[in-house]
Design a protein around this ligand. Structure first.
Ligand code: PLP
Length: 235
């Protein structure tokens, strides 16, 4: 992994880290014959204060990711004055919190079980954009639906008028080359688009593996530390 980058991370300004990531995304896209304009970079701001989100917004960022409802909801409220914000919920989601998350999140990346679809499939003005998260590991605790259960879950989402399926999401396993894991995700995405041609988006790639994700067709990157710097230790 090309991580010579990390040494100097703390010495760069936020704007420099953002610019460097954007250059990295463009280079990785061009290297595989893709256009960077087909790729959405979501900046994951979990554990960071709302003030950092404000700084990133001033630098032009509009897509933000959070993984815990309480923190996400507080930030969304505090930053309600910022125009054109899209909050992406990327963490494991309890069914009882689902309706609340849908009040501020524009996109939920972590649909992983039938009960969550049921909880999110309540009538609303316009459908909620969502991804079905796939577990690429053999550890059920890592989050995401097992690949063998993916298509039934996708069918359930497609039957819910309150939900609009964008595609599949995954986190690369710790003990596998990310490229091969993302290749499996891409194959699963192909099975999903056979059912739902419009659900062709792929949410994959984090600070350390976004290049591999781009090479395997990722359309939505979820980038934290490479842009924000190290996360504060959660309290
Ligand atoms: C924290 C998080 C990210 C960002 O991770 P970095 O390694 O900091 O880029 C991406 N996706 C999910 C689901 C996360 O929880």
């Amino acid at each position: 992994m090309p991580n010579g980058d990390d040494r100097a991370l703390g010495q760069l300004s936020l704007a420099e880290r953002l610019a460097r990531l954007q250059t990295g995304v463009t280079d990785a896209a061009v290297a595989v014959g893709r256009s960077a304009s087909d790729i959405t970079t979501i900046v994951v701001t979990k554990f960071h204060p709302a003030s950092l989100v404000r700084e990133l917004h001033a630098l032009g960022v509009r897509n933000f990711g959070e993984n815990r409802h309480q923190e996400a909801s507080a930030k969304a409220q505090e930053l309600a004055d910022l125009p054109e914000m899209t909050w992406h919920f990327v963490g494991q989601l309890q069914s009882k919190k689902a309706r609340q998350v849908a009040t501020y999140a524009g996109v939920v990346h972590s649909i992983d079980r039938p009960a969550l679809v049921t909880a999110l499939a309540v009538p609303r003005e316009s459908p909620l954009d969502c991804f079905v998260q796939v577990n690429l590991t053999s550890d059920p605790a890592r989050g995401g639906v097992a690949p063998t259960e993916l298509l039934p879950l996708v069918e359930q989402v497609l039957e819910a008028p309150a939900l609009r399926l964008l595609g599949v999401m995954a986190v690369a396993p710790l003990d596998e080359e990310p490229r091969s894991a993302f290749a499996r995700l891409r194959a699963l995405s192909g099975e999903v688009t056979a059912l739902a041609p419009d659900a062709d988006r792929i949410s994959a790639g984090m600070s350390h593996d976004y290049r591999e994700a781009i090479a395997e067709g990722a359309t939505h990157l979820r980038i934290g530390t490479a842009i924000t710097g190290n996360r504060p230790v959660p309290g």
